[in-house]
Ligand binder design. Structure first.
Ligand SMILES: Nc1ncnc2c1ncn2[C@@H]1O[C@H](COP(=O)(O)OP(=O)(O)OP(=O)(O)O)[C@@H](O)[C@H]1O
Ligand SMILES: [Mg+2]
Length: 418
């Protein structure tokens, strides 16, 4: 890795995150100046031909892309990346809600940290030989008949129950991921599920308490996460994203995929009524064929059905949880495909809920470089780790999944086991 002269002391609190996206690898380096100031100091991106639908399908190509993106981020930041936080996504992820119970065994019958640890440990589900636990998110606890407790420390009772959301990942995909970072020589010990990271970038704690879903529509995958009373009650994905829209445009307008992709970004829209019937777009000449002028409405007629299909699949997932009616905070769309104009209106119609498009916020420094829904996953990982390492003020910490302290305990547990 390249190293540009700079005092390392100045970057003691730097955090680097890498989003292994299906279209692009994004590296973000941030300095945590004070509890409320996450300063973006380095950003690097590279195309990711070795990743498909969130999974590594070509290790060598992925290593090259990771190298390129890290080098660019190091150049902007003027520092060397020592370790990195990485997202995990794709079809090897499996999520489930789980309940576990333990007896409070000490003489005073008071819940101590060890009891919380025990009840979380007890939530360990039966795993197949190809699975590992990635996260255990505590939702809430019960002590005897008292339910919905966010942090039971110090309470008295005989029976402690935890409601948790467990996320597991396939060992094969984890091994592939680790192989990439081992080859590069940068430890990637902390791994975070993409949907959770994106939510950390765009949600306020109040929204989590209200009940909200975050839908990150990327290139090859759409990640979904749902919060109820501050805790995660569902996480999942749809194996479709913006790439399927570009492929439809490529087929429909008989133009190569890279051109279809470019046209989608420049002229794409989801609502036919918003497009003038006389509006035209220019398809560049390809392989000796002359350039071609086509009505923009043709493009929108291709985009809209695919966007509807993706959102309808998301809606089916939300409905399956039987908790959609609790989403008082509505749905937040993020990820690059959320940049399609009009997408929130179609989503509102399909979900029957308030929908907004969000991008990472409350940042300083080179924040403009990450001020796009495409950077939610990378920035969210940084925000979460900054919080987890105690860089945020107490009240923000307490409003995260469970209490801040509970999160820290659980995080330690996850790291031991991964
Ligand atoms: N202005 C835009 N209009 C429409 N689509 C866009 C726009 N900008 C980016 N996209 C699409 O967003 C997708 C990339 O988004 P993102 O970076 O969130 O995905 P990714 O993280 O690489 O992939 P994934 O999360 O699926 O693994 C691409 O399909 C791209 O075409
Ligand atoms: Mg993504």
């Amino acid at each position: 890795m390249q190293f540009i002269s700079e005092s390392m002391e100045e970057y003691e609190k730097s955090i680097t995150a890498i989003d292994l996206g299906s279209s692009q690898i994004k590296v973000v380096i941030a300095r945590i100046n004070n509890p409320d100031d996450i300063e973006i100091i380095g950003v690097g991106t590279a195309p990711s031909p070795g990743i498909k639908s969130g999974a590594i399908i070509n290790i060598d190509a992925t290593i090259r892309s990771i190298h390129e993106a890290i080098n660019l981020a190091e150049l902007t930041a003027g520092m060397e990346v020592k370790d990195i936080i990485v997202n995990v996504s794709g079809k090897s992820i499996y999520s489930k809600n789980f309940k576990s119970v333990v007896a409070i065994t000490n003489k005073e019958r008071i819940v101590y940290d060890e009891d919380i640890q025990r009840v979380i440990d007890a939530a360990e589900p039966r795993l197949s030989s190809n699975e590992k636990i990635l996260h255990i998110f505590p939702k809430d606890f019960s002590v005897d008949d008292q339910t919905n407790i966010k942090d039971p420390t110090g309470m008295t009772g005989v029976r402690l129950q935890a409601d948790v959301h467990i996320v597991t990942t396939g060992i094969t995909s984890l091994t592939n991921l680790e192989k990439c970072f081992e080859t590069i020589g940068i430890p990637a010990d902390k791994k975070i599920i993409s949907s959770f990271a994106s939510a950390e970038a765009v949600l306020t704690s109040g929204e989590k308490d209200f009940g909200v879903a975050v839908v990150d529509i990327g290139d090859g995958i759409t990640d979904i996460i749902m919060y109820e009373e501050g805790g995660i009650c569902y996480s999942g994905y749809i194996p479709l994203g913006g790439k399927s829209i570009s492929q439809d445009i490529s087929t429909g307008l008989k133009t190569p995929l890279p051109i279809a992709e470019e046209i989608k970004k420049k002229f794409g829209h989801c609502l036919i009524d918003e497009i003038s019937p006389t509006g035209k777009i220019e398809l560049p000449s390809v392989g000796g064929r002359p350039s071609q002028s086509v009505p923009r409405q043709n493009l929108v007629n291709i985009i809209e059905p695919r966007v509807r299909e993706i959102l309808e699949m998301v809606n089916t997932e939300l409905e399956k949880t039987e908790k959609k009616s609790l989403l008082t905070g509505g749905v937040i769309l993020t990820g690059g495909t959320a940049l399609l104009p009009g997408i929130e209106l179609i989503a509102e119609e399909i979900f029957g809920l308030t929908v907004t498009v969000a991008k990472p916020n409350s940042l300083s420094g080179l924040y403009e470089k990450v001020s796009s829904p495409e950077f939610s996953t990378a920035v969210g990982m940084i925000k979460y780790i900054a919080m987890e390492e105690g860089e945020y003020e107490e009240d923000r910490e307490l409003s995260k999944v469970g209490s801040g302290e509970v999160i820290k305990k659980v995080w330690g547990w996850i790291q031991k086991n991964l």
